[in-house]
Each structure stands twice: as structure tokens, then as C-alpha cells.
Design a protein around this ligand. Structure first.
Ligand SMILES: C[S@@+](CC[C@H](N)C(=O)[O-])C[C@H]1O[C@@H](n2cnc3c(N)ncnc32)[C@H](O)[C@@H]1O
Length: 223
């Protein structure tokens, strides 16, 4: 994978929201069947809203901040009863010009989106009383992970495109970083990934995918 993606291209997906296509990887940042629909279903609903808070502020880890779409839909869902500190890892940040070209303000909350992108890197920045974000520029495959994580959005590029993000030792590190009762979701429902998650100790469910999108997704729970 190159250190920069100079050829990033904005494409509109089937639900009208945009995504980025990377010609050099032949890979999209989201489902072409609907970027916003995917974010809302797989990450916000099946992971963040699914995880009971037990009366505490949740700690969430996102693998791949990318466009910030998962972050803004989570910020919109967070409230007094479902508060979150959102740690998000990114090795190749997207430019502000590309963020503007995606036009997510028309589909989400423009002021939250602006605040999330304007937040400094490497510190926990309050965006609303219920949602703070720490954007961490790092390499997920080698750098230390935040600990005591309750929710993981595992949103790496596909295993065929970036196999180093989907290794058994990677899942073992993520498992170790999570609290008991923690949940991880991913769009990837491949049998080999499900078995790797089970092998490190997760209990794994196959759930229905987003409307119009993938047939199944995975949710892994640390008991
Ligand atoms: C599928 S996209 C994530 C989409 C994102 N969650 C969103 O809402 O737009 C995968 C992301 O992982 C990032 N990435 C790739 N390799 C990485 C690495 N080794 N460490 C951290 N991030 C990485 C990519 O730059 C890309 O932004």
C-alpha cells in the first residue's frame, strides 16, 4: 500500500451518499450499495447502540477513521444515556478538500461533521457533552492500542486488499484491548475471519447486513 493516495476519487453510492474509490487498491471506503446505510446499520446500530452502557461512558475504537462518516453518525446517536469517547486510528488521513467533496453535511449533521474534522489529532476533544473524539494518526498493525475498549468498529479495507489488518495476532491484540462484554462489528462475514475471531476467544454471531447491501455481517462479543 502506498503512503499516500493521490488518486482518490469520490463516487456516489446507491443510497445517494458518497464514498471514496482508491484505484491503486481497487477498493472503496464503504459499500457501493450505500455508504451511509452501511455506517448506520453495521457500526452505529449493531455495535454502538447494541452495547449497553451499564451507566458508564463507553470507550469505542474505530479501525480506519477514513472520511469520518462512522464518527459523525455515532456523534448524532450519542446522548445523555449513551455517551462515548471515540478513539479512531488512521494511517492515511483524507484531505479537507476530499472531505468537502464527499458532501456528507447534506446527509448528516454539518456542524458535528465540521467539528469532528477540525478536532486536533492525538487528544481527546469534546464535540458534544455525549461525544468526544481522539483521532490517532498511527499504524494499526504495529502501534499500541487504547485499552478498556467497549465497542470496536472494525472497518479496515478488505482482507484480500490489506491482509495484514486481518491476522490472528491482530485480533488477539484487539481482544486484549477490550473490556468484558465488549462488542466488535465488521462488514466482513467471511468464514475464515469468523473462525479467527472465535479462535482468539470471541463469541461470534452472523447478523443480517444493511438493507440493499451485504447478506451478512459479523458481530463478535467478548464474554
Ligand atoms: C474502509 S476505510 C474506513 C472508512 C471509515 N471508517 C469511514 O467512516 O469513512 C479503511 C481505512 O483504514 C485506513 N488504514 C489503512 N491501513 C491502515 C493502518 N495500517 N493503520 C491505520 N489505518 C489504516 C485507510 O486509510 C482507510 O481510511
Amino acid at each position: 500500500m502506498n503512503s499516500e493516495f493521490d488518486n482518490r476519487v469520490v463516487e456516489v453510492t446507491d443510497d445517494g451518499s458518497a464514498t471514496i474509490f482508491l484505484p491503486e487498491l481497487d477498493e472503496h471506503y464503504h459499500s457501493v450499495k450505500g455508504a451511509l446505510t452501511e455506517s448506520c446499520h453495521i457500526y452505529r446500530d449493531c455495535a454502538f447502540m447494541h452495547r449497553s452502557t451499564d451507566g458508564k461512558r463507553l470507550r469505542l475504537l474505530e479501525v480506519g477513521f477514513g472520511t469520518g462518516l462512522n464518527a459523525v453518525v455515532t456523534a448524532m446517536a450519542a446522548d445523555q444515556n449513551h455517551q462515548v469517547d471515540y478513539f479512531t486510528l488512521e494511517k492515511y488521513p483524507v484531505s479537507s478538500e476530499m472531505v468537502a467533496a464527499l458532501g456528507y453535511g447534506a446527509h448528516t449533521d454539518q456542524s458535528l461533521l465540521t467539528a469532528i474534522h477540525a478536532a486536533p489529532w492525538s487528544e481527546l476533544a469534546p464535540i458534544t457533552p455525549a461525544f468526544s473524539i481522539n483521532k490517532i494518526k498511527c499504524d494499526f498493525t504495529v502501534d499500541a492500542l487504547p485499552q478498556n475498549i467497549d465497542v470496536v468498529y472494525f472497518d479496515a479495507f478488505a482482507p484480500e486488499k490489506q491482509p495484514e489488518m486481518w491476522l490472528p495476532e491482530i485480533f488477539a491484540r484487539v481482544y486484549e484491548a477490550m473490556s468484558s462484554g465488549g462488542v466488535l462489528t465488521t462488514y466482513c462475514a467471511k468464514g475464515v475471519i469468523r473462525r479467527q475471531l472465535e479462535a482468539v476467544g470471541f463469541e461470534v454471531e452472523r447478523l443480517a447486513g444493511p438493507v440493499g447491501g451485504k447478506r451478512e455481517i459479523l458481530r463478535a462479543t467478548k464474554r
